[in-house]
Design a protein around this ligand. Sequence first.
Ligand code: B16
Ligand code: MG
Length: 222
Amino acid sequence: MGKVGFIFDLDGVIVDTAKYHYLAWKKLANELGFEFSKEQNELFKGVSRKRCLEILLDIGKVKATQAQFDTWMVEKNVDYLNYIEDMNASEILPDVPRVLDYLKKENIPIALGSASKNAKPILEKVNLVSYFDSIVDGNSVTKAKPDPEVFLIAANNLGVAASSCVVFEDAVAGIQAANSAKMTSIGIGDSNILNEADYNFKDFTEISDSFLASILNKNYKK
Ligand code: B16
Ligand code: MG
């Protein structure tokens, strides 16, 4: 077995920042004169900020000049940063620290692979930066998920073969990115939505130490 590496998505896997993204997009939609529902927000998971705004404007049938588009991108992010300003470790999703501790104890390299340009400050707020040997975020990539770039950079930074990496993801685009990088994909959330994942769990409370041990002892190859 080659050396194994683990890659965590951020939003929806480590913390539930989706609710803050939702509030910021909803505020913008309302200002532009239309509604934006929680169901529609599902389309935004794992998707880059720019693509989210394109989808939002499609939903509202709003035409934008480049200057307006750029202004709204900034406005949404300012609002989002306000919403997350007071985030702290209490917002870490259940049992994420247990899984991180388990992997650390086993000396497994760990990376973050997130589409968010705000990933590093969020990890700092929730006090998890020290677990990560590499942080690959929306500032480091040119191609958004489902392109595998973010995870391939993470594997490279960890010095682990892509086929020996295991990815935790809550978004369909993220599972597709992991699969096309030939990594083992673990869907966190609704297994009906994430049905392309190699394994599915509702959340980390369902991921036992013995499951992690079995993954570490498995011979990887897809
Ligand atoms: P930002 P992830 C993604 O994070 C979110 O799921 C997605 O909704 C968001 O639009 C994207 O980050 C960009 O975030 O505006 O902070 O750069 O799930 O890949 O960790
Ligand atoms: Mg996510």
